[in-house]
Write a protein that binds this ligand. Structure first.
Ligand code: GLN
Ligand code: ZN
Length: 781
């Protein structure tokens, strides 16, 4: 008989009901003490181990728990603690840890997030800023960027992996500790010293890793999972050398075997390097990169334990167990294998059992983390004792897979035939920009450097309270809509009063820029407890795109219409773009993402045309998340950019030439993708530039970007109120780089996270800055 084990690489740490979030935030607020927080955390860990054991997982991870982020845990453990934090407390204190995660403030404090995927820094009032935070590979999980300096010394400063291993052991679980590998950690690290390569610190880092591994061995760990996801990236030869040097050294530690875990893609041109490393096991992602299995097997040492990542750790669909068995049965006969999720289950919601309100048919197509454990155990069981031994489970799985495949929900002929009608004409405006803009100017009659905002206005406590009451049913729809109309009307009137040129309705009716649309589109489902950690205590609940996307009826026209009816100036229509809706959802995996994106694009196109028909002259299609979908490997990026830009263009291109299309993107890196931004051919793009002091306009300048641009002059991520002078200076700077008649004046992003008391003076200043800049940049105009 074969002996195939079922392994897990990591389990969500937030708890089925976000218990960790509740406890951590209570601790931050001073409502519970450290002991209570530690107890909650230990309880969650114990429950997680028990759950994996009960599900039949043989190899259960430990040290996958974190109070904030596993990369931060690693940095602290290695003693990579910048001086600014050292004074705050001991390396193993929560004070120091949370200071690195969130900054440490006197009062007022850190602004949280826009609730829309934008990640914001700390606000004014902080004594010590938080470490920089960025996205973990191509996930929506964010890690704290390790900070190192030339000559950086390392020392084992905490023993969390050992402590948690022993904690599990005391409860009767022999776990496999998970640690982040040294090369990936260094490749993710940054230094303030220009030109300094953190990887050069490897020799000083390895003794600390060796010490940690020795301690784990001493504690009784026989295997350690060492994560090196950087092995799926484009690497330099120097980075590959670092891998060889690192693992040659770590192989010397006696008594513990290493399972080198790679995930989020194919090893590709790093395969030979990975296979040459003296480790006892190699984990490969066979969901993202099923095609690599053959090459991995062909190159693997006979004694290498292969961990086959066959269950999707990044999505929520039931696996096709029979299809997986078809692929791995022969492999398991010829090789030592382990069955695992493609990556840690951190990126999936915890438990489908809590979803009592989902349509039962759709629910039957899904597997959250707990259900994925069952799938792993079933596959291992089938490999060990034959498919017949798990026949009822396989039969049930097969029925669910067949039901999904045949369902009219996933296969709506009307959507399909419409998609088939799309021709190249749908993807381009009939008139070139130079002509369009003249028609638009005549149509709109705006001053030079027109002022506008990005869409949302403060989501006050009253707005949220009304929404919650309406959701609960304690406020009638009629009363709720009346309340929203009043908010909208007041906001419109205020914008006119301060002299903004192009108005917005304020988005008070929207809970979230993706959910609001998803809830009105066919093909989307929403979970009640499907939370996934985004960063720290912040969790998101992505919509589930299960079927063909269609728009049964207009989604935003009535609100636009109302807002325009109480305004004299032009009111922007405000939509979320197809790529952003796609990238912030769990997407069906039974067709290419590009196809799903195109369906969403058609739905948005219909909405754009309905807005135009209703009289809307300016329509903004936000693509805040376009850049996020960029594949990890350079070679794959162009294809993504091509179909995502095409989807945007399908959504935008149906309008008359005089209708002005805006788009908005809130990030700060355009260099790599500027060609695609140009190809979107939006008449106006607003971007985030205030913090970079207009530096990121360079990409647009070098590209000779022909269309209009609103470089953000008001940093909305902070409660700080920028002065007129400051914003005027930014505009003059922008005017020095771009032609004045290309420029718009707007904040960096939507204002929903801000307070009215900050927004009001800031926008008054912004309008004054625009007036001053008009005089300076367009004399005589
Ligand atoms: N229109 C949206 C808003 O203003 C845009 C948000 C975003 O880009 N993240 O809130
Ligand atoms: Zn934005």
């Amino acid at each position: 008989m074969m002996s195939v084990t079922a392994a897990n690489l990591g389990f969500p740490r937030i708890g089925p009901r976000r218990e960790l979030k509740t406890a951590t935030e209570a601790y931050w607020a001073g409502a519970i003490d450290e002991t209570a927080l530690l107890e909650t955390a230990a309880g969650l860990r114990a429950a997680t181990w028990a759950r994996q054991k009960a599900a039949g997982i043989d190899v259960i991870p430990s040290n996958d728990f974190s109070f904030y982020d596993q990369v931060l845990d690693t940095s602290v453990m290695l003693g990579a603690i910048p001086d600014a934090y050292r004074a705050i407390g001991a390396a193993d204190s929560l004070d120091l840890y949370f200071a690195m995660a969130r900054g440490r403030q006197t009062k007022g404090g850190r602004s949280e997030t826009a609730g829309d995927g934008c990640v914001h820094g700390h606000g004014a009032g902080s004594d010590v800023p938080a470490q920089e935070m960025t996205k973990w590979f191509d996930t929506n999980y964010h890690y704290m960027v390790p900070e190192v300096a030339p000559g950086q010394a390392f020392a084992l400063s905490t023993t969390k992996p050992v402590d948690h291993f022993l904690e599990a052991k005391a409860l009767g679980y022999q776990t496999r500790p998970v640690i982040l590998g040294p090369v990936t950690w260094l490749l993710l690290a940054k230094s303030k010293a220009e030109g300094f390569d953190p990887v050069s610190l490897l020799p000083g880092l390895l003794p600390v890793y060796a010490e940690l591994l020795a301690k784990l061995a001493e504690a009784g760990a026989d295997w350690v999972q060492i994560d090196e996801p950087a092995l799926v990236l484009d690497l330099t030869d120097a980075a590959r050398d670092a891998y060889r040097a690192a693992y040659a050294e770590l192989a010397k530690v006696a008594g513990v075997k290493l399972m080198l875990a790679t995930y989020f893609g194919a090893l590709g041109d790093n395969l030979a390097t990975a296979l040459s490393l003296p480790v006892a096991g190699l984990h490969v992602d066979l969901v993202r990169a099923p095609e690599q299995l053959e090459a991995v097997i062909a190159g693997a040492r006979a004694d290498l334990l292969l961990s086959l990542g066959v269950i999707d750790g990044r999505n929520i669909w039931k696996a096709d167990l029979a299809a997986i068995l078809d692929r791995v049965e022969a492999v398991a006969r010829a090789h030592r294998v382990q069955i695992a999720p493609s990556c840690s289950l951190l990126h999936t919601p915890v438990d489908l059992e809590l979803e009592t309100k989902l349509d039962p048919q759709i629910r039957n197509w899904l597997a959250f983390a707990v259900q994925k454990l069952g799938e792993l155990a079933t596959i291992a069981g089938a490999l060990n004792t034959g498919r017949a031994s798990v026949a009822p489970v396989l039969a049930e799985n097969e029925a669910a897979i067949a039901d999904r495949r045949a369902s009219p929900l996933t296969n709506n002929p009307r959507v399909r035939s419409r998609i088939a009608e799309v021709t190249a004409n749908w993807t381009r405006r009939v008139t070139p920009f130079a002509e369009r803009i003249r028609l638009q100017q005549a149509h709109l009659n705006l001053p030079s450097l027109p002022t506008t905002t990005i869409g949302s206005f403060p989501q006050t406590a009253e707005v949220r309270k009304a929404r919650a009451a309406h959701d609960k049913g304690t406020m009638t729809t009629q009363d709720y809509e009346q309340f929203l109309r009043e908010e909208t009307k007041r906001t419109v009137a205020w914008q006119e009063e301060i002299g903004l040129d192009v108005l917005v309705h304020g988005e008070f009716e929207r809970n979230d820029m993706v959910q609001y649309f998803g809830e009105q589109l066919a093909g989307f489902a929403f979970s009640r407890a499907g939370w996934v950690q985004s960063y720290g205590s912040r969790c998101v609940r992505p919509p589930i795109i299960y079927g063909d996307v269609a728009r049964p009826k207009p989604m935003t026209v009535a609100w636009w219409d109302y807002a325009q009816s109480v305004a004299t100036k032009p009111m922007k229509g405000m939509l979320t773009g197809p790529v952003t809706i796609l990238n912030w959802s769990f997407v069906r995996n039974d067709q290419p993402r590009a196809d799903t994106c195109r369906q969403i694009a058609l739905a948005i196109r219909d909405e754009v045309l309905d807005l135009e028909r209703a009289g809307c002259k300016i329509i903004q299609i936000d693509e805040a998340a376009l850049r996020e979908g960029l594949p990890l490997r350079k070679a794959d990026q162009q294809l993504y950019l091509d179909w995502s830009v095409e989807a945007f263009r399908i959504s935008a291109s149906g309008v008359q030439p005089q209708t002005q299309i805006h788009t908005h993107m809130c990030y700060s890196e355009f260099n790599e993708i500027i060609d695609s931004i140009g190809a979107m051919d939006a008449d106006v793009i607003s971007i985030e530039t205030s913090r970079s002091k207009m530096e990121l306009l360079d990409a647009f300048v070098d590209y000779k970007y022909p269309n209009e641009i609103g470089p953000g002059v008001y940093d909305i991520h902070s409660p700080r109120i920028p002065s007129t002078q400051e914003m005027e200076d930014l505009l003059l700077k922008a005017g020095g780089r771009l032609s004045a008649d290309q420029l718009w004046v707007n904040p960096d992003c939507g204002l929903k996270t801000r307070k009215w008391e900050d927004v009001k003076p800031a926008l008054v200043n912004m309008v004054a800055a625009a007036k001053a800049a008009r005089v300076a940049l367009t004399p005589g105009a």
